[in-house]
Every structure is written in C-alpha cells, then in structure tokens.
Design a binder for this molecule. Structure first.
Ligand code: C5P
Length: 415
C-alpha cells in the first residue's frame, strides 16, 4: 500500500504467522503440492511438510524442504526427530492440507489407520483438516472411496475439489486436484473461522428428524439426516462455544465435546429444548421437527383386516418449538437467546422464509430447497433476516454452519 507521500506500509498477508501443515500423498498431482507450499508461503504462512512413502516416488523430499525451509517429516521411525514427530506436528499445525489426497490415503485416513507419518499425524492433530482429492474419476466414484469421503466429512474434515478436467490418463473427468491457489483460498477460509470467537457462548442446536410412532414398529418420519445440525454443533465447538446438541434419530455420531441429548419424537424434543432454553445465548433449530403426530399411537402392532383397502390416520398438531421460543423471548422483552430457524421448501423459498421469520419471531431463517439441502454434504441456502436476503451459492455444510454462526456472533455482539 502506498500513501500520498509515497511512504510504504507493508500489507498484512492473509496467512501471516499461521502454521499450515501440508501432507503429501502418492499421486502424480504431488508436483502441484510444491506450488501449493510456495503459494501458502507467499501468503505469509509457516509451512511444514509430511510425505507418505508413495509421495516420495513422485517428488523428492528435498524439493519440499527447500520450498518450506523446514525438514520434511518422512518417517515415523527416524532417529532424526527428538520425541514423536506425529505428536509434535499435530500440535504445531493450525490447519492441515492433504494434497494430493489419493484414494488410498482417503480410505486409510477414514478408518483411522496410523502406519505412516501422514496418517499418524492426522490421527494426532485436532486442527481443521482439508483434503484435496486427486485420482482417476472411476476411483473417485468407487463406493469405498465415496464412503470414506462421507465418513471424513462426518468427522469434520473439509474437502476442496476434485474438479473436472484432464486427468493423468489423458481422459477428461472429475478427479483432478484443485489448483494450488484454490486450495490456499480454502485454507484461508478455514483459518479465518477457527479463532475461538464463540468462547464461553452457550449454543443449543437441534438436529435430525423427529419420528412419530404409529405403533411399536411403524412411524412417520422425514428425510433429514442431521448433517446440517451436526455440522453446526461441530463448528460451534471448534469456535469455543459450549454446545448442547439435541438430536432426533440419526446415523451420525455426536461430535466429541458436545452435551448430547438423544430424543425421538417432537414432544420429546420440545421438552428437551424448553428445559434448557433459559441457559442459552443462542438456539439454532436445524431439526426437521414433525408438524403432526398420530392422535392415538397403538401399543400393539396395527393389523390389516382382510378386505379393508382404505384407512384413515388421525393426526394432531405438534407444538411448534421455535414459535414458542420466539413468543417466550418476546414476552421476556429480551434479545437473548438469539434464535435461528431453518426452512425447507419446494417452492417460493424467499417468501416462505420471510413468513417464518415473522411468524416464529426468530432472528434468522436459513432456507433451502428440499432438492438442494436434504441428505447431501452441500447446500444452496438463503440467509433471511430483518436486513434482507443473502444467497450462499453452493456451499459445504460446515462452511454454511460458519456463516450461520458468524450471524449469531454478530447478533450477540450487538447487544
Ligand atoms: O414451519 P416449518 O416446519 O417449515 O419451520 C421450520 C423451522 O421451525 C425449523 O427451524 C424447525 O426446527 C422449526 N420447527 C419447530 N417445531 C415444529 C416444526 C418446526 O421448532 N413443530
């Protein structure tokens, strides 16, 4: 930056002073990891590098040592390290990038294997981890690889890419590693939201569906997987919040560190949320709470009498938890807890979100179309509050969670 008088002030670099560990896997894209190290250094980061044995077949460790200015961690068993290199690196890193993340490395990382320095460091490290996959498209679509990616995401890892383009085989397909500058951008985004800016804040998150029993073997449910609510809980924890996660039945593990309350029905969720509401700074209702429940659930399994081809199910309304919270807060005349609702719609998204914001008296509604948000790891959402509407574009659910928490934090800061 240059002032009018011509004096020069150094601009603060985006990753100035941040500690980034680059883990290099054994794929041809390893040569691009050299460029990544340069790019991270150029943006001001301190970079250290760990390599798998297979990575060394593609690029010499010396190249990484020269670019990073640090010795490369290559061997768990080396005498060169004082102490345990994976423990030391794991504690040092503020962010970890695995690039290229090969199919082999993804599957092994997802299973928690630790038999080389990269895997052992990943197992030892609590810093946010970003995988940049690179492989042939058929490998990327191979079911065990897809399962591993899903598992890593559920455990809190982020992904950048792969993108569609020319592959090493000469074919064009999805499997090409993202460009180093894009990976460095993703590292910046992760590090921008890893400060403990919610330290001491008490956040209650609801997640998953509620199931409304018809009889001991049947229920009414919905397609919510809990990925959004669990991502919110995980990100709030990473940002220092005290998190209570109240979740309906989901296949996901609650993130370690959250106080977890497992419920089944909307009535149970209602009771669990209201009992804890007073103690919260923010309540984020990401759960897909059933609006209706069977009026007379049967204690015995319902039979289908011979010759009966039609039946009627009588339903009664469940309490609207968020609307009750909104009314309760308004009656107290307070701004706390901050209240966030979700809206899943199939049409007229913005209008429906605005209506929910008004009727439920919450501070923010995160709205998405059922086709975009349910089930997957990504979402396209609208953030609707009294100031207007912002669209997120296609976004990873963890990144969306950070955007929501940014809004919560701003709201808390404003009084
Ligand atoms: O009205 P609708 O179900 O679309 O509103 C969705 C929002 O309201 C979500 O945040 C959901 O968690 C919450 N909700 C609730 N209690 C209900 C139904 C929805 O808290 N019975």
């Amino acid at each position: 930056m240059t002032t009018r008088a011509g004096a020069h002030f150094p601009t603060r670099l985006a990753l100035q002073g941040r500690r980034v560990l680059v883990c290099v896997g054994g794929g041809i894209a390893a040569y691009k990891a050299l460029e990544l190290v340069r790019e991270l250094k150029r943006r001001g980061a301190s970079v250290r590098v760990a390599m798998t044995p297979a990575a060394e077949r593609f690029v010499a460790p010396l190249s990484f040592a020269a670019l990073s200015g640090e010795p490369v961690a290559r061997d768990l068993w080396s005498d060169a390290h004082r102490g345990e290199i994976h423990v030391e690196l794991g504690a040092w890193a503020e962010a970890v990038v695995v690039a290229p993340a090969t199919a082999n490395l993804l599957v092994r990382a997802a299973s928690g294997l630790c038999d080389d320095v990269v895997l052992a460091t990943l197992a030892c490290c609590r810093a946010p981890t970003l995988f940049a996959p690179a492989m042939h498209e058929r490998m990327w679509r191979h079911a065990p690889v897809a399962r591993a990616v899903r598992r890593l995401r559920d455990d809190g890892a982020r992904l950048v890419g792969p993108v569609t383009g020319p592959l090493a085989s000469g074919e064009v397909g999805e499997g090409r590693m993202s460009e180093p500058s894009e990976i460095a951008d993703a590292v910046e985004r992760i590090l921008a939201s890893t400060g403990a800016d919610l330290e001491g804040v008490r956040v209650l998150v609801t997640s998953g569906p509620t199931l409304e029993d018809l009889d001991p073997v049947r229920f009414l449910g919905n397609r919510s997987t809990g990925r959004m609510g669990h991502a919110l809980a995980r990100r709030a924890l990473a940002r220092g919040a005290h998190v209570t996660l109240i979740s309906g039945p989901v296949a996901l593990e609650p993130p370690p560190g959250a106080e977890h309350v497992a419920v089944r029905s909307a009535l149970q969720m209602h009771e669990a949320v209201l009992a804890r509401a007073d103690a919260q700074d923010a309540i984020v209702m990401a759960a897909a709470v059933a609006d209706w429940r069977p009026a007379e659930p049967s204690t015995d399994k319902l039979k289908k009498p011979d010759g009966v081809t039609e039946t009627t199910l009588r339903l009664v309304r469940n309490p609207d938890i968020l609307a009750e919270l909104g009314a309760w807060r308004a009656a107290r005349g307070q701004r706390r807890p901050v209240l966030v609702g979700f809206a899943v719609e199939t049409r007229d998204l913005e209008q429906a979100a605005r209506e929910k914001l008004r009727v439920k008296r919450c501070d923010l509604v995160v709205a998405n179309l059922a086709a975009d948000g349910f089930g997957g790891d990504e979402d396209v959402a609208l953030l609707v509050d009294e100031d207007g509407v912002a669209s997120t574009g296609r976004i990873d659910k963890h990144a969306l969670a950070d955007l929501v928490l940014d809004r919560v934090r701003a709201r808390l800061a404003s009084g």
